[in-house]
Design a protein around this ligand. Structure first.
Ligand code: GTP
Length: 596
């Protein structure tokens, strides 16, 4: 049996995962990842020349335990958000155990719970660790009780630590050695290694992080990806400790990285199995799936000249994020742009933010849409990620929309508000558990489309930030959905078409028309905004023509003021999109599409 322990840390944001990891590295004599990252930033270029960028926090920790034996502890990092639950589940399945870190001043949060379930599904040994006991507001007995009630995990021996001061962190290491089962697996069996992370390095190509379940892997060896049977020669093989250390070979139970002149991230997908062509494993690691984007939106440059640079930026982003997709799209209203697909809302936000930062140009993003499923009258199954691609209603037999199952953790005072919000969003209540007056878990099934817009913002504001939530897409359900068109002076604005539930058409139609009317600056002629379902107009708003000259306000002919005003107008123009003879500011699209 090898003296290896593979574990990860499950924690809610800010509960102290990184601090605990750093402290563990400190007491085992390794440079902390944070410190290293700082150093890394200082000498970025040098580092690049020397080798491999370190993205993941996965790290190999040599440790001499109290029993006098030498162990290798592999800490495997997990991404922190619900959108990446597939990656989290793959990282967890590379481990035999997990530390469940809970802030002893806070308690268990929705997302922690979701990750604990993933760990339990993977049969991991879970070790509860109560953190931040140095803080006077920590309440260890209450949090222990909470973990026992919510998760059903015995906490009588739970570790009580301060990752900040280092108090009792040594016990964490001993507990890992004691409780986390050593990996099983035969070094001489056919190679079977699970990819749990991969990223693109400019100089090395794709770097693959893997856990060997069976067999071994050597430098120079030919390996094969199970899913697409593509073969690669292992160029460099190593472990992060935390700097990259080259090794000649790795065996069953080991965690390591390789580079193999892999150019494309899609050849090293998370969840895929690495094996060899001449002696393939009979059975790949189960559960591999190509993750599919669930939320789509259009991204358009405001100037046609920005199309190519935007394309280059999207390509660059995709290099490191195979879950992000894009393809060219043309809109009558917005011109040439891209239809982009994301795992979820957070993923979308992250990418939009990055683009804005790196690309430094104005972008118009259309309202996000989920992926609908249709059964046509001909009996075909069609997936629709763009409302403007919806076929004629007479060709649709049944409309299906994706549903999510959502857990909201909330203090008792806010239960009423949360229930009301979920009901408004066509939710079906599934469960409600009072753990204490201070903590209630509410479970709902809701249409994904209903939470795509502004559910989180609303939830946060109505609970003053106290709610935490987690969701996963569960299935498709038949639903009475229709396409809602928005027309400006009789012309449909394709970028503003949305799919809505029939019950909501009147309300949303009115809202969109009114908001768009308000967002469009008045013109020298009349502007009529309408909402329509098919040929039926369900809402109408009108902007009367503008009579006054814009500069008329500048009494007294103060030329500098006049110039300022005109310049301001010019500035405004940059962000405008011409639609027929009407200029629409980019903000108008989003403003109009945000529900109340
Ligand atoms: P993300 O990186 O955002 O996922 O958060 P995290 O879970 O890694 O938390 P992190 O380690 O960054 O800690 C969050 C904050 O809590 C930081 O300000 C830490 O200094 C603080 N913190 C962590 N552990 C302790 C502790 O034991 N005691 C006290 N007082 N503060 C702590």
């Amino acid at each position: 049996m090898k003296n290896i322990r593979n574990f990860s840390i499950i924690a809610h944001i800010d509960h102290g995962k990184s601090t605990l990891a750093d402290r563990i590295l400190d007491i085992t004599g390794l440079v902390s990842v944070r410190e290293r990252r700082e150093q890394f930033l200082d000498k970025l270029e040098l580092e690049r020349e020397r080798g491999i960028t370190i993205k993941a926090q996965s790290v190999r920790i040599p440790y001499k335990a109290a029993d006098g034996k030498d162990y290798i502890l592999n800490l495997i990092d997990t991404p922190g958000h619900v959108d990446f639950s597939y990656e989290v589940s793959r990282s967890l399945s590379a481990c035999e155990g997990a530390l469940l870190v809970v802030d002893a001043t806070q308690g268990v949060e929705a997302q922690t719970l979701a990750n604990v379930y993933l760990a339990l599904e993977n049969n991991l040994e879970i070790i509860p660790v109560l953190n931040k006991i140095d803080l006077p507001s920590s309440d260890v007995p209450r949090i222990k009780k909470e973990i026992e009630e919510i998760i059903g995990l015995d906490c009588s021996n739970a570790l009580e630590v301060s990752a900040k001061t280092g108090q009792n962190v040594d016990q964490v290491l001993e507990r890992i050695v004691e409780l986390v089962p050593p990996p099983q697996g035969d070094d001489n069996a056919p190679l079977k290694a699970l990819i749990f992370d991969s990223w693109y390095d400019t100089y090395q190509g794709v770097v693959v992080l893997f856990r060997i379940l069976e067999g071994s892997i050597r430098q120079g060896q030919k390996v094969m990806m199970f899913s697409n049977k593509r073969a690669f020669e292992v160029q460099s093989l190593g472990v992060f400790s935390p700097e990259a250390l080259a090794v000649k070979s790795l065996g069953a139970g080991d965690v390591g990285f390789m580079t193999a002149s892999i150019k494309d991230l899609t050849d090293a997908r998370v969840g895929d199995t690495i094996t060899t062509a001449d002696r393939p494993t009979p059975q790949p690691f189960p559960g591999f799936k190509k993750i599919k984007p669930m939320v789509f939106c259009g991204l358009y440059p405001t100037e046609p000249s920005e199309y190519e640079p935007l394309k280059a930026s999207l390509e660059k982003l995709q290099l490191n994020d195979s879950a992000f997709t894009f393809e060219p799209e043309t809109s009558q209203a917005l011109g040439f742009g891209f239809r982009c697909g994301f795992l979820g809302l957070l993923h979308m936000e992250i990418i939009q933010e990055r683009l804005e930062r790196e690309f430094e140009a104005n972008l118009i993003a259309t309202a996000p849409s989920v992926v609908y499923k249709l059964e046509t009258v001909k009996g075909e199954e069609v997936y629709i990620d763009n409302p403007s691609k919806l076929p004629d209603p007479t060709k649709i037999k049944t409309f299906f929309e994706p549903y999510v199952r959502m857990d909201v953790h909330v203090p008792g005072d806010y239960v009423g508000g949360v229930l009301k919000l979920c009901e408004e969003k066509r939710g079906i209540q599934k469960d409600m558990r009072y753990l204490s007056t201070n903590r209630v878990i509410i479970t709902y099934e809701l249409p994904f489309a209903e939470i795509v817009f502004d559910f989180f913002d609303k939830l946060k504001s109505l609970t003053r930030g106290y709610a935490s939530m987690d969701y996963e897409v569960i299935d498709y359900r038949a639903s009475d959905m229709v396409k809602l068109d928005i027309l400006i002076n009789g012309d449909p604005v394709d970028a503003m078409a949305t799919i809505v539930h029939r019950e909501n058409t009147a309300r949303i139609g009115r809202q969109l028309a009114l908001r768009l009317k308000r967002a469009i600056p008045r013109q020298l002629f009349e502007v009529v905004v309408q909402a329509a379902i098919g040929n039926k107009i369900i809402a109408r708003e009108r902007n009367a023509p503008l009579r006054k000259n814009v500069t008329a306000k500048c009494y007294g002919g103060d030329i500098s003021r006049k110039r300022k005003l005109l310049e301001k107008q010019k500035e405004g123009k940059k962000r405008m999109k011409k639609m027929g003879n009407i200029e629409i500011p980019q903000e108008a699209f989003l403003a109009a599409l945000k529900a109340d």
